[in-house]
Design a binder for this molecule. Structure first.
Ligand code: GDP
Ligand code: IMO
Ligand code: MG
Length: 456
């Protein structure tokens, strides 16, 4: 069977930890979208692993697949694999021949366009994600399979590189270097192709995954990013260029919707909001220079909010895994979660970070929005309308700081009562049961109520 792990907010909900938590029962872990813009953290036995591209299942020694829906920077891929090897792991990673390749000019153009866009900039990770997906859709991309055939590689480069060079130089007025040099790119990427071939790392991912399922193996589909930064369902244009939602798990892995749909889809929820990037955020507390629109930083009568935001940011370690940027923080946004639960059809929830909110007198939740005199329970379809939504809040009594390691050992009933009230409110509103509750970053700091691979 399959279990799909989907971020239900704006990324960084703790997906890597949930993949690791349930990873024991999985035989194969496949990513279906995104690239090295992701930053997934696995903490096990005091060791911390930060992965951008390699599926988080690698920490448990599972076969890792980068599906056709991914965009792959071979340089990052090999760096990560080498680092894991240095740490004593032996990752078995296979890359879909249909996946697209991130080239150096994609990264350069990502940076150039972000600067150019000003208010429309998403605050990207500058890893070249958007420009690579653009080329995929424009039918001028270079796929991983193309790296294995030098003739095809050269032909593709000769077509596309002059266009990219002209774009950078003539449209944006920038000087270009070796990132736009056909010979340099050909030699470098031909070598990557050779290494991929030598290490037997390429695969027809959909066929491989289906064969494993037919043999009775368990597949986990690991989403990156989150629903509200999905290219279709997110806060366009402040989004990433792929589909983190569960539909993406079919298209991006090569498994049919009937296969993925027979399995489980777990929505990963952070007990509050965090966001690295720009765009509106109705339940935001305080703000962050350079990311919060029209942020003045003078407190403007909201010193308490700023203080609370700083507190949560520090308690939760809310600094970008990939870029180190301070993340914006806010209260839980229920319309955003209802939208996510519908878009992906969650069958279960993993709610993380309730330990971070411990010790607050009260915890607020954006239960609904007020928009032009009406109550909205879900997100409006345009970001401009979303920006005009005012959150209407519900208040929950806070819960105390406790020894979370003990709680994790003792189980769900050991969670402070007020925190359980909060969790059950979320589950009721979303109509999906709680499968796991995160009370700390470690594998052992999670309370498991349900293992999706049980009862197949
Ligand atoms: P991902 O991108 O969704 O995989 O999440 P990230 O790894 O980028 O960010 C989540 C961060 O929160 C990581 O540092 C995790 O180790 C940490 N984390 C995950 N679950 C919990 C939790 O329940 N409590 C706390 N305090 N930290 C958590
Ligand atoms: P994980 O998998 C949080 C955000 C960027 C930016 C927008 C577009 O760790 O949850 P991109 O580089 O993808 O073109 O940037 O998306 N973003 C993420 N935010 N977590 C992520 O991944 C993200 N990946 C991209 O900050 O606003
Ligand atoms: Mg992350």
């Amino acid at each position: 069977m399959t279990v799909t792990i989907v971020g239900s907010q704006l990324g960084d909900e703790g997906k890597g930890g949930v993949v690791d938590l349930y990873g024991d029962a999985a035989d194969v872990v496949a990513r279906y979208q995104g690239g090295d813009n992701a930053g997934h953290t696995v903490v096990y036995d005091g060791d911390k692993y930060k992965l951008s591209l390699v599926p988080s299942g690698a920490v448990r020694g599972k076969v890792g697949i980068l599906g056709n829906g991914c965009v792959v920077n071979p340089e990052t891929l090999f760096e990560e694999i080498d680092t894991l090897r240095e740490r004593g792991l032996d990752p078995d990673i296979r890359v879909a021949e249909r996946a697209h390749t991130i080239l150096p000019y994609h990264r350069v153009l990502d940076g150039i366009e972000e600067d150019e866009k000003e208010d429309l900039a998403a605050g990207t990770t500058k890893r070249g994600i958007g420009p690579t997906y653009e080329d995929k859709m424009g039918r001028r991309g270079i796929r991983i399979g193309d790296l294995l055939d030098p003739e095809v590689l050269r032909e593709r480069l000769e077509y596309v590189v002059p266009q990219k060079k002209a774009l950078a130089e003539d449209v944006f007025g920038k000087e270009t270097g070796e990132a736009f040099d056909i010979e340099h790119l050909y030699e470098t990427y031909k070598d990557y192709g050779e290494r991929l071939a030598e290490e037997g790392m390429t695969v027809d991912a959909g066929t491989y995954l289906q064969d494993r399922i037919d043999e009775g193996d368990n597949v986990m589909l690991e989403g990156a990013q989150g629903t509200s930064i999905d290219i279709d369902h997110g806060i366009y244009p402040y989004v990433t260029s792929s589909n983190p939602t569960a539909g993406g798990a079919c298209v991006g892995s090569g498994l049919g919707p009937t296969v993925v749909g027979q399995g489980e889809v777990i929505g990963v929820v952070k007990a509050y909001l965090s966001r690295v990037g720009t765009g509106p955020l109705p339940t935001e507390l305080g703000g962050v220079e350079g990311q919060t629109p029209e942020y003045t930083g003078d407190g403007a009568g909201d010193e308490d909010e700023e203080e609370l935001a700083t507190y949560i940011r520090d308690e939760g370690g809310e600094y970008g895994t990939v870029t180190g940027r301070p993340r914006r923080v806010g209260w839980l946004d229920m319309p955003m979660l209802r939208h996510a639960a519908r878009a992906s059809g969650f069958t279960g929830l993993a709610i993380n970070h309730i330990d971070v909110l411990a010790g607050l007198d009260e915890v607020e939740v954006g239960h609904a929005y007020e928009f032009e005199g009406e109550e909205l329970l879900t997100m409006p379809p345009t970001t401009e309308k979303w920006g005009r939504c005012e959150a209407t809040f519900r208040s929950f009594d806070g819960w105390p700081e406790v020894d979370w390691a003990d709680v994790a050992e003792d189980g769900y009933e050991a969670i402070p009562e007020n925190a359980r009230t909060y969790l059950e409110y979320v589950a009721d509103e979303l109509g999906a049961p709680i499968y796991a509750v995160g009370v700390g970053p470690g594998r052992e700091e999670t309370i498991v109520l349900e293992n999706p691979y049980d009862g197949e």
